[in-house]
Design a protein around this ligand. Structure first.
Ligand code: HEC
Length: 99
């Protein structure tokens, strides 16, 4: 809706061309609730997230996290980047961002 340059607030945009059916599948998955954590590390992360103040500012759909100050983090782990394209989404970049 609005793009005022690469540097302003790091408004980087990654455009991925998809066949319409593939796009609809992706869009539907993004509208869906968070998945139940699949392994012990992810489950421990969810417990920590909900126990810390994160949920005061962030929503993760289908959990108790309902904050609206920060971005919705429901599918953050499935994104290629965080911080408006500044950082590739890796375990390390997420840890550094949170720290
Ligand atoms: C006081 C409000 C607040 C709290 C508490 C908070 N955040 Fe955030 N968070 C934000 C805001 C605002 C942004 C967006 C910052 C920006 O884009 O410059 C953000 C961004 C993020 C991002 C990057 C999202 C993206 O789309 O790039 C992650 C990941 C994140 N926060 C995780 C956490 C975690 C985990 C916690 C708890 C340990 C937490 N936050 C606590 C407000 C908060």
């Amino acid at each position: 809706a609005e793009f005022c340059g690469l540097q302003h607030s790091h408004m980087a945009v990654l455009v991925i061309a998809e066949a319409p059916a593939d796009f609809e599948r992706w869009a539907a998955s993004q509208r869906g609730d968070a998945l139940t954590p699949a392994d012990p590390d992810a489950a421990a992360g969810q417990v920590a997230f909900l126990a810390k103040p994160c949920s005061a500012c962030h929503t993760v759909r289908a959990t108790a996290a309902k904050g609206t100050t920060g971005p919705d983090l429901t599918h953050v782990g499935g994104r290629q980047t965080i911080a408006a394209g500044l950082l590739e989404t890796t375990r390390g970049s997420l840890a550094a961002w949170i720290a």
